[in-house]
Design a protein around this ligand. Structure first.
Ligand SMILES: Cc1cc2nc3c(=O)[nH]c(=O)nc-3n(C[C@H](O)[C@H](O)[C@H](O)COP(=O)(O)OP(=O)(O)OC[C@H]3O[C@@H](n4cnc5c(N)ncnc54)[C@H](O)[C@@H]3O)c2cc1C
Length: 317
């Protein structure tokens, strides 16, 4: 029992970036264990895009013909696939649905579970995984002892790797029980770049003074190919939509580059953004707490700095 089963989520027919990271992570674990990396996906992953998973390390894709929208359905699909493939390790990317499904998968497979995993397991003395804890402020190492292990991978922690594999796509049938929850309406975030998956995020706070001033933030985001985000008070005051609110009580993001413009850097905001690879802070107050977490800081008025930054980036990119 050395295969690895990876659950792949899709958006507009293609695998999400975080799922591709999970596939590469799963492929690396399968190599360590001497097994195969098998991905499982539902119908929202198109057949064409299913074939692309080989590039990220999958040896096989189990393609389920139906849709799985709820965590209980995901758990049934993944557990059935893991049992069929005799998987020793199950890998998922972090997402709202997968986060709820992971403990259910653990129960179904009698598996130990580790969430927020940031690195490949250490197999030199059992099966030890490194995971982020306390909203990214601490790192813990957890030893998993059960036969089957379920790992949920933190976004943007392990990245993707290119493989040159030949892939088998197989249709997969699983008996998914009717959910006890009725979904009445699904409202999806629109826009080209989805915030949870974005590589670059341009975020702004109450320092922007009002919703009418977001034009320069959107311009900067457009120049950088970034998603826009905001602090909690900004969405509470309806200056920006709620799906842009990042932080402890909002979306958690881990982009490669996070711009914080006119945001103080309260602990509850940092909890949702502190695993960003590079943080750039623009704030007129040199004592703003966000500077302590910044890789680069500009002390200045956003209304002067942001347009100049945008012009310079436009010229450079
Ligand atoms: C239980 C709980 C949960 C919370 N969850 C979240 C959460 O998930 N996300 C979140 O964001 N907050 C959250 N908060 C709120 C959080 O504590 C802060 O109040 C909030 O993050 C502050 O938002 P802000 O930085 O936009 O505004 P402010 O604190 O008002 O800061 C504005 C900043 O803009 C700067 N500024 C002003 N004018 C300019 C200018 N012209 N140019 C440049 N800089 C300027 C100021 O110096 C200041 O640093 C939570 C609070 C609680 C109690």
């Amino acid at each position: 029992m050395s295969n690895v089963l990876i659950y792949v989520e899709a958006e507009n027919g293609a695998a999400k970036k975080s799922s591709l990271e999970a596939v590469s992570y799963g492929a690396a674990v399968a190599e360590m264990l001497g097994g195969k990396a098998v991905a499982v996906a539902a119908a929202d992953l198109s057949a064409d895009h299913a074939g692309e998973l080989a590039k990220f390390g999958a040896d096989k894709v189990l393609h389920f013909g139906g849709t799985v929208n709820q965590s209980s359905e995901i758990a049934e699909l993944v557990a059935a696939a893991a049992q069929q493939e005799n998987a020793a390790v199950v890998v998922t990317a972090k997402s709202i649905n997968a986060d709820l499904a992971v403990p259910m998968i653990g129960v179904k497979l009698k598996a130990s579970v580790a969430t927020n995993v940031t690195a490949l397991p250490d197999l030199s003395n059992g099966f030890v995984v490194t995971r982020a804890a306390y909203t990214g402020k601490a790192i813990t190492q957890v030893s998993l002892h059960s036969n089957v292990k379920v790992l949920s991978i933190k976004k943007n922690a392990s990245g993707t790797k290119e493989y040159n594999k030949t892939l088998a796509v197989e249709s997969f049938n699983a008996n998914i029980s009717a959910s006890k929850i009725t979904v009445k309406e699904v409202k999806k975030q629109t826009g080209e770049i989805l915030l949870p998956e974005a590589d670059i995020v341009v975020s702004a706070g109450r320092g922007l003074k009002g919703p009418e001033n977001w034009g320069m933030i959107e311009e900067l985001a457009k120049t950088l190919g970034a998603a826009t985000a905001c602090s909690k008070p900004v969405s509470d005051m309806d200056w920006r939509p709620h799906h842009e609110h990042v932080g402890q009580t909002g979306i958690k993001v881990s982009p490669n580059l996070y711009f914080a413009i006119g945001i103080s850097g309260a602990i509850q905001h940092l909890a949702g953004v502190n695993s960003s690879k590079v943080i750039v802070v623009v704030n007129k107050d040199p004592e703003a707490p966000f500077f302590k977490s910044a890789d680069y800081g500009i002390v200045g008025d956003a209304f002067e700095v942001v347009p100049k930054l945008n012009e310079a980036l436009k010229a450079a990119l």
